[in-house]
Design a protein around this ligand. Structure first.
Ligand code: HEC
Ligand code: HEC
Length: 241
């Protein structure tokens, strides 16, 4: 195993791999949803909602620094020829059994089972495809300003129509139609606390409740983008909050 650079991170990875060798055989071919790395990719959306708050990964355009940079964490192993299935096994194992925080990340522990079942499979396959892969880049979001990237990264477009973002999802209300009638506070509540109130006509539809810990700056950028791209004067004005 001396192909690995002898950094502590690489060593930790090797230890995890030892634990895994017996496990990875059992979980060969599973779900079939393709990994595109695009904005509609479920693994990417889940990563951004559940993992990107703590981890940098270039393909996800995520900014979290509470945990290790996942590109850095896997680069050496990749370069040493570790295949995607094995990396997936490592990620899956870490999600199910996060190791206690080491000195590099004092006071922050990765919670166990942040994602389970198919979500776990989708996230692990997504990370395995892109973490530490040289040249991995996020897709460029349509629309203007940093909020356009947040909208795209969080996968809002898979359920909502918004012309500026070129998104055409139909599970939720058309944002070009509803945002102009909403205050900033109401928009914010709809995102971070979607169960607080239901939009008319969507009483039985469910918006996932997974954005309550979106970093405040990204949340404000997202709202700015929604407000600006729909010409919402109400939310821009003095009474808009
Ligand atoms: C609350 C912050 C937090 C969240 C959320 C989080 N992690 Fe972590 N993660 C950490 C910390 C801290 C470590 C480092 C533990 C240590 O000190 O070794 C870590 C370690 C890892 C590692 C091992 C990296 C290495 O160096 O070998 C992987 C892989 C990983 N996380 C993936 C994920 C994935 C995938 C998700 C989402 C399902 C996720 N994490 C969510 C904080 C987090
Ligand atoms: C899996 C589908 C899904 C995703 C992903 C999703 N939404 Fe929704 N959204 C819905 C549904 C369904 C509703 C209507 C039910 C409700 O109000 O809770 C809704 C309601 C809303 C509303 C309230 C509209 C009104 O008339 O009150 C806003 C604003 C909104 N979503 C914005 C977003 C943003 C921004 C994102 C990304 C961070 C997002 N949604 C992600 C399905 C989704």
């Amino acid at each position: 195993m001396n192909l690995f650079r002898p950094t502590s991170k690489a060593l930790i990875l090797v230890v995890s791999l030892g634990v895994l060798t017996g496990l990875s055989a059992g979980c060969g071919a599973e779900t079939s949803a393709p990994i595109t790395g695009g904005f509609q990719d479920r693994g990417r959306q889940l990563f951004n909602a559940k993992c990107g708050t703590c981890h940098v990964m270039a393909q996800a355009a995520s900014q979290g620094v509470q945990g290790p940079n996942l590109d850095t964490a896997f680069a050496a192993a990749r370069a040493a020829g570790l295949d995607e299935d094995t990396v997936k096994g490592v990620v899956e194992y870490q999600i199910k059994h996060p190791r206690p925080s080491t000195s590099g990340y004092p006071g922050v522990s990765m919670p166990a089972d942040i994602v389970t079942g198919n979500d776990l499979q989708d996230v692990a396959r997504y990370v395995a495809r892109y973490a530490g892969v040289p040249g991995a880049r996020p897709p460029i979001a349509p629309g203007e300003g940093p909020g356009a990237q947040v909208y795209a990264n969080q996968g809002c477009g898979s359920c909502h129509i918004l012309a500026a973002a070129e998104s055409a999802g139909v599970l939720g209300p058309n944002l070009d139609e509803v945002i102009p009638g909403m205050t900033r506070a109401k928009i914010e509540e709809s995102i971070v606390e979607p169960d607080a109130s239901k939009s008319p006509g969507y009483e039985n539809a469910v918006m996932p409740n997974r954005w309550s810990n979106l970093p405040p700056q990204e949340l404000q950028q997202l709202i700015d983008f929604l407000v600006a791209s729909t010409g919402n004067a109400k939310a821009g004005g003095k009474n808009g909050g």
